[in-house]
Design a protein around this ligand. Sequence first.
Ligand code: ZN
Length: 346
Amino acid sequence: MPLTPETPDSSDTPEPDDDALFGAPYGELRPRRSPTARLLIALAVLAPTCFAGWLGWQAVAGGAPATPAAAATTQAAPVTRADPATPATPPTEAPPTPQSAPTPHPTTAAPTAAGRAPADRPLKGRTVVLDPGHNPGNGAHTAQINRTVDIGGSRKECDTTGTETDAGYPEASFTLDVARRARKILQAEGAKVVFTQDGDRPWGPCVDERAEIGNRAHADAAVSVHGDGGPAAGHGFHVILPARVVSGKADTASITDPSRRLGLQLRNSFAAATGEPLSSYLGQDGIDVRGDLGGLNLSRVPKVFIECGNMRNATDARHMTDPRWRQRAAQGIADGLTAFLTGKGR
Ligand code: ZN
């Protein structure tokens, strides 16, 4: 039958997509197909392929918006994880809301900031003074550190040796390590960070010089880092704000308000980053106010102390001797400073 009707899908015809896709010659296998039929076959084959490709692209493109959510979950994790013993939400101003912490993840914050263009760093052009309390060499220089200095209306010892854990981990080692970790984070955020001592001098400096270093640097904020030597049964951290002291060389009138804002932010950020409870033995809601500290009395820039924990308490001592906890402490300090300086605190 010379005029056998042509059926493109006849059983002896190879699968059309082979030809359509690979360009096999039509002549021998389907001599009687019209160009229109060929085009339809090609479209029929290509359409699902393209659709599948589109679906794949959507899957990839659709994954992008999910990344921040995943990151947020990751960032929030340390706060949640930090906390078998989550501190009670501090009841005074600006209670902590860890989810909105600016850089709550200790391991991602620095690389993220470091990856920014310098102009995008939130602390660009800002100066921060970190004051690691005491000095590992103070114990060998008692004559120097015991002489008194003017702290504004009274005199006090130049410096002290600081406390230590029952196992002998010195406060001066703790403060230096935490401050160095915080410096890295803050520098990645664009800040200029000035230390009062960096383990680079045999003792001190004296408390009056510690304040003066912040004043000379025209610091936007200063934080003195300490570990407390409280009663063994007491635990937790607290922040010390400058009292209003106007006496002799001391005049804190202009710094009490901004120092309070700094201190509250620092308290909230430190609690969020570490999970450390507020002090159970000192202060109110993790805040103490003192007028007997030369480092605060003589400051002309917003300044607070943080007692990161009680080194004489077994639980706090275990935390403070753990480098991973110290990294979280440093993150909390950096977060508090960043939030204070950018006005993006809670
Ligand atoms: Zn101290």
